[in-house]
Design a protein around this ligand. Structure first.
Ligand code: XCC
Ligand code: SF4
Length: 630
C-alpha cells in the first residue's frame, strides 16, 4: 500500500490552475474571474441594511438616513432580511423533502422506485402511530407518503418528528413558541412577517427565524432524509474516492449534480446496465463512469460508493477537464455558469427539474412516473456525445483520495458498539460513544457542515479546522460540501487516524472508522439532530449540555442559514466563518450571538479567523465538559 499523505489545498489549487489554462484556450469564464468583477461588494448589502421589500425604496441606512421611508430602522431591516434568508432555505430544503415524499408515493413492486428499507419504513410508521400489522409494505409506503405530505400543510398541531427530541428540548420549543407548525405555514408566515408594515421588532423576527428553521430541520429535511433511506437504503460504511481524478479518461463521464437522489439513483442504475455499457463500448469508450458534485453526490456516494468529483466551487472544474460528456443536474447549488461553460466544450448540460431551469441547457424533464425512460435517455445522450470530445482539451488532474463514507446514525451506533466493554445493546444505543466521551478518550464532537464560499480560500477552513479538531481528540461528523472537502483531502481515509490525538486514534482503530465521518448531504443534517437527541436521551443530559457543537466555516446558501437556525434552536452552539449579513445591526448581532441563549440554551459565534474559530470550538467543548463534571 502506498504511503498515506493528505492532499493539500495547494495541490488542489494547482490542479485548478491547470484547468483554467484549458478554459483560457476556449474563452471560458470562471468564478475566479467573476469574483474579481464583483469585488468590492456592496457595503449596504454586506451589512444587511438595504431594504427593497416595497417600491417606495430601495432604502439604505446611513448615519444621515437612519430610517427607511416607512420609518423602519436598521435593526428591523437587518432582522427582516435575516428572516427572509432563513425562509428561503427552509422552503428549499423542505420542498426537496416534499419531492421525496412524492417519490415514496410512486413506489411499486415492479416500478422505477421500490421500498429498499422496509424495516425503517415500519419503524417510522410505528413512531407516527400508524398501524403496520399485516399491511402490504407498498400500501404502507403510500399511506406514509400522504402523511408526510400532510405535514406541509397540516391545519393544527406541530411537526410529528419533534417527538424525537428529548422532553426538555420540546418544552423549550413550546415555552418559546417556536415549535414549528405546518412547514409551508412557517415559510408563509415568515414572508408575511417581513412584508412592508408587518414586523420590525428584531426579537419577533429572530424568533420566527428559529421556528422556520426548525420546520426545516425537524420537518422537511428530516422527511427528506428518512424517506430517502426508505427508498434507496439506509447508508452503511462503503468505500469510495474523491476529487477530480475519479473521472476516467477512457470512459464516458456522467457527472450528477444537485440534491435530489431520485434522479441520480436512476442515472446510476442505468449507467450500470449491461446494455448501456455495451452501447458505450460500441462508441469507442471503455465503460461509463458516474461521479458527483455537491449533495446529490453525497447521496449516491453514501448508498452506492459512487465517487465524488468535487464540491461546490469545483463544479466548473468537471467541465474544464474536457472529459465530461454530460453534467446532469436536478436542483440547488447549480451555477448558471455551467450553461455557457459547457458550450465551450462538448459537454451536455442537462437540466431536469421545472424548479431549476437555466439558459443554455438541454431540458429533459424528469418525472417519478417516467424516471427509468428519462434516465436511460440521458445516459444514452452522454454516450452519444463521447465521440464529440476534443482530445486536445482533455486533461483530468491526477488527484484523488480514498474515502470510507456512509455513516448514518444507524451505522454509527453499529460501528461503535464494539468499542467499549459495555454490553452490546440489542436496541442499539449511543452508550459506547457516550462512554468514550465521558472517559475523555474523545473530548467531544463537531458537526461540520456547509458550503464553499470564495470569501474563504476554498476548502481551507474545512480542512484546517478538521485537522486541528481531530488532533485534539474531537471526532467530526460532516455533511454537504464540508464532507467532500474532507474526502478530497484524505481525512475520510481510515489511515487519517494517524493525524488524531491518542484517544481518538484508538477509537478509530477499535471501531475501524476514519476520524471524520461522512453523514451525507445537507438534508442529512437532520441525522445529526437525531444523533444529538439520542446522545442526550441515552446520557440523561440536555442537548445543550453535550460537548458537541456545529460549524459552517465556508457557508454561502440560504439553506445554510436555515440550518444554522435549527441547529442553534436544538440547543447546539453554532460557529460560522462567514457573517450572515447582520453586522449592520448591533441589536440583531447581539441577539444571535448571545440573546437567543436565554431562549434555546445555545447561540452563534461568528469568527472569520479560522484558527480562532477552531480554538473557540475547542474551548466551548471543554467548558461543556467541565460544567457536567467530566
Ligand atoms: Fe450547496 Fe448541498 Fe452548500 Fe454544498 S453544502 S454548497 S448548500 S451542496 Ni449543504
Ligand atoms: Fe424602504 Fe420601508 Fe419600503 Fe423597506 S419597507 S423599502 S425601508 S419604505
Amino acid at each position: 500500500m502506498s504511503e498515506f499523505k493528505l492532499t493539500t489545498v495547494e495541490e488542489m489549487e494547482a490542479a485548478t490552475e491547470r484547468l483554467l489554462e484549458t478554459g483560457a484556450k476556449v474563452g471560458a469564464d470562471a468564478w475566479q474571474f467573476r469574483v474579481k468583477n464583483q469585488t468590492p461588494h456592496c457595503k449596504f448589502g454586506e451589512q444587511g441594511i438595504c431594504c427593497r421589500i416595497c417600491s417606495m425604496g430601495p432604502c439604505r441606512i446611513t448615519p444621515k438616513a437612519p430610517r427607511g421611508i416607512c420609518g423602519c430602522d436598521a435593526h428591523g431591516i437587518v432582522a427582516r432580511n435575516y428572516l427572509k434568508f432563513t425562509a428561503g432555505g427552509s422552503a428549499t430544503h423542505s420542498d426537496h423533502g416534499r419531492e421525496i415524499c412524492h417519490t415514496l408515493y410512486c413506489t411499486s413492486p415492479d416500478g422505477n422506485y421500490k421500498v429498499k428499507d422496509p424495516d425503517k419504513l415500519i419503524r417510522i410508521a410505528k413512531e407516527w402511530g400508524v398501524e403496520t400489522e399485516g399491511k402490504d409494505i407498498y400500501d404502507l409506503a403510500h399511506e406514509m407518503a400522504v402523511l408526510g405530505l400532510e405535514e406541509y400543510g397540516k391545519v393544527f398541531g406541530t411537526q410529528r418528528f419533534l417527538k424525537r427530541a428529548p422532553e426538555h428540548t420540546q418544552e423549550i420549543w413550546e415555552r418559546e413558541e417556536i415549535a414549528p407548525r405546518a412547514i409551508d405555514r412557517e415559510v408563509s408566515c415568515s414572508l408575511h412577517m417581513t412584508h412592508m408594515g408587518c414586523s420590525s421588532l428584531p426579537e419577533a423576527l429572530i424568533r420566527q427565524s428559529l421556528r422556520s428553521g426548525l420546520s426545516d430541520g425537524w420537518g422537511g429535511s428530516m422527511a427528506g432524509t428518512e424517506f430517502s433511506d426508505v427508498l434507496f437504503g439506509t447508508p452503511k460504511p462503503i468505500d469510495t474516492e474523491a476529487n477530480l481524478g475519479v473521472m476516467e479518461k477512457d470512459n464516458v463521464n456522467i457527472v450528477v449534480h444537485g440534491h435530489d437522489p431520485s434522479l441520480s439513483e436512476m442515472i446510476c442504475e442505468y449507467a450500470d446496465d449491461p446494455e448501456m455499457i455495451a452501447y458505450a463500448k460500441s462508441k469507442g469508450a471503455k465503460g461509463i463512469t458516474v461521479s458527483g458534485v455537491c449533495c446529490t453526490s453525497n447521496e449516491v456516494a453514501m448508498r452506492r460508493g459512487i465517487p465524488m468529483a468535487g464540491n461546490f466551487l469545483q463544479q466548473e472544474n468537471v467541465v474544464l477537464t474536457g472529459a465530461c460528456e454530460a453534467i446532469v443536474v436536478d436542483v440547488q447549488c447549480i451555477f448558471p455558469a455551467l450553461g455557457p461553460l459547457s458550450k465551450c466544450f462538448h459537454t451536455k448540460f442537462v437540466t431536469t427539474s421545472p424548479i431549476a431551469q437555466m439558459p443554455d441547457s438541454e431540458f429533459i424533464r424528469f418525472n417519478a412516473e417516467t424516471a427509468g425512460e428519462n434516465a436511460k435517455a440521458i445516459v444514452k445522450m452522454a454516450i452519444d456525445n463521447f465521440e464529440n470530445r476534443k482530445p486536445e482539451l482533455v486533461h483530468i488532474p491526477d488527484i484523488k483520495q480514498k474515502a470510507t463514507v456512509g455513516y448514518s446514525v444507524e451505522a454509527i451506533v453499529k460501528v461503535l458498539d464494539g468499542v467499549t466493554n459495555s454490553q452490546v445493546d440489542e436496541t442499539g444505543t449511543t452508550k459506547p460513544l457516550i462512554e468514550c466521551i465521558t472517559s475523555g478518550v474523545i473530548r467531544g464532537a463537531v458537526a461540520m457542515v456547509g458550503c464553499n464560499n470564495p470569501k474563504i480560500r476554498p476548502d481551507t477552513a474545512h480542512i484546517e479546522l478538521m485537522k486541528k479538531l481531530i488532533a485534539n481528540d474531537v471526532i467530526i461528523i460532516a455533511s454537504g460540501c464540508s464532507a467532500q472537502a474532507a474526502a478530497k483531502a484524505g481525512l475520510m481515509d481510515k489511515r487519517a487516524k494517524d493525524l488524531c490525538g491518542a484517544g481518538l486514534k484508538r477509537v478509530c482503530e477499535l471501531a475501524d472508522i476514519p476520524p471524520v465521518l461522512h453523514m451525507g448531504s445537507c438534508v442529512d443534517i437532520s441525522r445529526m439532530l437525531v444523533l444529538a437527541a439520542t446522545l442526550a436521551k441515552d446520557s440523561g443530559l440536555n442537548i445543550s449540555q453535550l460537548p458537541v457543537v456545529g460549524c459552517a466555516p465556508e457557508w454561502m446558501s440560504e439553506k445554510a442559514v436555515s440550518i444554522g437556525n435549527y441547529v442553534v434552536a436544538t440547543g447546539l452552539d453554532t460557529f460560522l466563518g462567514v457573517d450572515p449579513y447582520v453586522s449592520g445591526s448591533d441589536k440583531v448581532a447581539e441577539l444571535l450571538t448571545s440573546g437567543i441563549r436565554d431562549w434555546v440554551e445555545a447561540a452563534y459565534t461568528v469568527e472569520k479567523d479560522i484558527d480562532k474559530l477552531g480554538d473557540a470550538m475547542i474551548a466551548r467543548i471543554e467548558e461543556k465538559r467541565e460544567a457536567i463534571g467530566i
